[in-house]
Design a protein around this ligand. Structure first.
Ligand SMILES: Cc1cc2nc3c(=O)[nH]c(=O)nc-3n(C[C@H](O)[C@H](O)[C@H](O)COP(=O)(O)O)c2cc1C
Length: 98
């Protein structure tokens, strides 16, 4: 069975809603275990446990939220060990240009 992590940051609920829909879709796939976890509850060590990592962020001034960037930056402790995993990303923004 493949393990999928969907992690996200959300202040006002938009990205959280998207994350729930991404999880709903992923759960339709056979033999897939999906964990939906706010980024506050995910450590760099946790990333090692998953075959696929999907990350969601609101757009803050043209880039990702600091909380998401921190997880990615802190994952440097496992540099190279995350190779080969499937990755995905999604974002919510206030405007189409976001
Ligand atoms: C500090 C801040 C910066 C933002 N910067 C942008 C931006 O550059 N472009 C954009 O389209 N929306 C921007 N937004 C709007 C958010 O991306 C949007 O409302 C998003 O859906 C919020 O996600 P959340 O409900 O998961 O917190 C910004 C919002 C905040 C609070």
């Amino acid at each position: 069975m493949a393990n999928v992590l969907i992690t996200y940051y959300s202040q006002t609920g938009n990205t959280e809603q998207m994350a729930e829909l991404v999880a709903e879709g992923a759960r339709e796939v056979e033999d897939v275990q999906v964990d939906l976890r706010p980024v506050e509850n995910v450590t760099p060590d946790d990333l090692l446990d998953y075959d696929a990592i999907i990350i969601g962020s609101p757009v803050y001034y043209g880039t990702m939220a600091a909380e998401i960037k921190s997880l990615i930056d802190e994952s440097v402790v496992h540099h190279g060990k995350l190779d080969g995993k499937v990755g995905g990303a999604f974002a919510s923004s206030g405007g189409p240009g976001g």
